[in-house]
Design a protein around this ligand. Sequence first.
Ligand code: FAD
Length: 403
Amino acid sequence: MKIVIIGAGVAGAILARRLALLPGVELHCLEKVGANDHSEAGTGLNVGPNAIKALRLLDAELAAQVENASLPWARWDIALTDGTSLMSLPLAQVADNPGIRIRWSELYRVLRQGAGAAIHYDCTLESVERDAVDGRRTRVRYVQDGQRKTIDGIDLLIGADGRYSAVRRTFAGAPEPRHIGVAILRVLVPDTSAGLIDDYGQWFNGCHRLLAFRVPPAHVYIAATHPVEPGAPVRDEWKTEAAVRATYQPAHRPPSAQVQWLLDALCANLDDAHWARMQEAPIRYAEPDAGVLYVGDSAHAMAPTLGQGATQAVEDACAAALIIEGAAAAGQWDVRQWLAQIVRAREWRMRFVMSLSVRATDTMLDGCDPVQGTRWKTEAPFLSDLSCLFRDVALGHETPQNA
Ligand SMILES: Cc1cc2nc3c(=O)[nH]c(=O)nc-3n(C[C@H](O)[C@H](O)[C@H](O)COP(=O)(O)OP(=O)(O)OC[C@H]3O[C@@H](n4cnc5c(N)ncnc54)[C@H](O)[C@@H]3O)c2cc1C
């Protein structure tokens, strides 16, 4: 059995570690960047309690390594930029365990280290296609160390190559993005806040929101949102220091000490800030007739509002690993059956996660009222949805009958 994973990001690295251990499997994980190149992972991530729960179930050792490189995400506080508190939620109320706060580059480092020699770095993908001899299998061509290489007769090809997945584009066309109507500015800054910023907090000035949390070692991740017409570009005039201060500073009262520090830190690091527009892509998990699986962002790029992008990449990888390992242990090596089981486990879950992430974006849309928009997030229906989000990890053995 030949398995090839394209991409050693969050989902790819977890799968590479697990599937390399399967008896009778020849596994290759091809990653385009170098072993120590984390240049595309320059921010902080809050990874949901559900990812940690899933990873602990799959691989307690790897989960412990990830947790050791992070801080716990245990609270969610929302306030106005003048400091007026709107919500203060201990995650223990809606989750079985804390989530984590971690530097993205650290998450990559730990997960890639965990997969060891299964990952081949510096691989430039040249083509992905159906195998010329057997159309139910695939073939990959790539260049590594100046050498052209081909892997053919691939029984299972896993597209773990992120939001702009070449694998998905090849077999299903580039997914049409849907813009949510919010632009987001993100930066990782040294922590000079002297304890002002720690666990996950959000501060609203009208529909403009600041978000921040501390990550080890000694940094603070800051994200700021700005409504934008769906499909319209991010405007240059929003990016100046004067515009940033005017956007997030309360009009008639001084900012809270936390917000003052965040604004100063944000403005001191504007040159390193990364702007993007929130968007999502339609869910697609598999091409069963070609033996292709998509995981993480390649299967479902989503709105970042509830911190579920990397979180769901972890859940996907844990589900796929558990399903494949369980089937292999039972002597069942039919890739189509594996794919069917993974799709059954994951599709309904992703529909729920993506729709909740978009609903929770309401407070950041043009003209919204953050006070009202936060109030419904403190009420029972939303807390019950959060509890499903953080507790009901869907790993293949608990798919509801009616899903
Ligand atoms: C600024 C920012 C902040 C974010 N904050 C959060 C957050 O707080 N919480 C959260 O849960 N999520 C967050 N996300 C989303 C999260 O980072 C992604 O959802 C997550 O990384 C997806 O994991 P993945 O494994 O699908 O893909 P990725 O982690 O993107 O990995 C894809 C891998 O494939 C490799 N690759 C791509 N193309 C090829 C190719 N052709 N050949 C070989 N390799 C290839 C890439 O180099 C990469 O290593 C954030 C994203 C951004 C951009």
